[in-house]
Unconditional design. Structure first.
Length: 166
């Protein structure tokens, strides 16, 4: 089995050595085993991952890990991992901060935030991850009044069907 923490440390080392001072990237990394439906997750300064169970309970998962390229390898930065089973009927979501930090159309001070992201996900009546993503992006667009994004808005939803959905 691959060592996800080791991979993150190696990418950090390479970026630290090969990039200019104070350049860094954030990253979310998943290692998915389709045989036993387990997922290992690590992040490096990135937004958290959301896991939604079949009954729409959402858990926010935030293992610790610094942005890649910030810390020298000799500091031995730690990248925690989180491993779980993706159960039938459950989903996971990865997203960039361009979604949660999108500003409201009135004051341009309030952010969309993780709670509204979760609410939009649960409010979606779509029957597919694509439809759910479209609903969420539409909710962000309504919140911002259609203003051009100041940052990228990237969203990934993975869903494991239950027996009724297959």
């Amino acid at each position: 089995k691959e060592d996800l923490e080791g991979l993150m440390k190696e990418v950090n080392r390479k970026l630290f050595e090969d990039t200019d001072y104070a350049q860094f990237i954030t990253l979310a990394c998943l290692l998915i085993d389709s045989k036993d439906n387990t997922v290992e997750y690590a992040r490096a300064g990135h937004t958290p991952m959301l896991i939604r169970s079949h009954d729409n309970h959402v858990e926010v998962i935030s293992p610790k890990g610094p942005a890649l390229g910030l810390l020298p390898p000799e500091v031995n930065p730690r990248f925690d991992t989180f491993t779980f089973s993706l159960l039938p009927g459950s989903s996971l979501m990865l997203f960039t901060d361009g979604l949660t930090e999108a500003l409201d159309q009135k004051t341009h001070e309030d952010e969309f935030g993780v709670n509204q992201l979760i609410q939009a996900w649960n409010d979606s009546e779509a029957s597919s991850p694509v439809g759910e993503a479209q609903h969420i992006l539409s909710a962000v667009d309504i919140f911002t009044g259609g203003d051009d994004p100041s940052d990228d808005r990237t969203l990934l939803i993975l869903h494991r069907p239950n027996e009724k959905e297959t």
